[in-house]
Ligand binder design. Structure first.
Ligand SMILES: [Zn+2]
Length: 115
């Protein structure tokens, strides 16, 4: 299992933080970014449960959330149906779906503690 780090990007000009990387800053249209390693705890901003799930996805429902990592908002799968807004989550590398017999991996989020 290779070590995977979630990398965010900060625009050198306007300072906006984004993930994933884009060619052009959505705010100022420049294209210079600084890499930011995301290793802190995120907080769930919002989420949605999808009951109609595309082929190749095991999770039913599929939970998609927006998680705020110190100002970087990241959309991704949440691997816990007990999720609540404001929960603290951490990223982990896991299987997202299967496509034509191939497993697609990416970052997912899991709840750190139930309060
Ligand atoms: Zn910018």
């Amino acid at each position: 299992m290779s070590e995977q780090k979630m990398i965010g990007y900060k625009c050198e000009y306007c300072g906006i933080k984004i993930y994933p990387k884009r060619e052009i800053c959505p705010k100022c249209r420049k294209s210079e970014f600084i890499e930011l390693e995301i290793n802190e705890i995120g907080k769930v901003v919002t989420f949605t449960k999808l009951y109609a799930v595309p082929d190749g996805i095991d999770e039913k429902p599929l939970i998609l959330g927006i998680v705020d990592f110190n100002g970087i908002k990241i959309t991704g799968q949440i691997a816990d149906s007990k999720i609540k807004i404001g929960d603290k989550v951490e990223p982990f590398w896991g299987k997202l779906r299967e496509s034509q017999g191939k497993k697609i991996y990416g970052f997912k989020f899991k709840i750190l503690n139930h309060s």
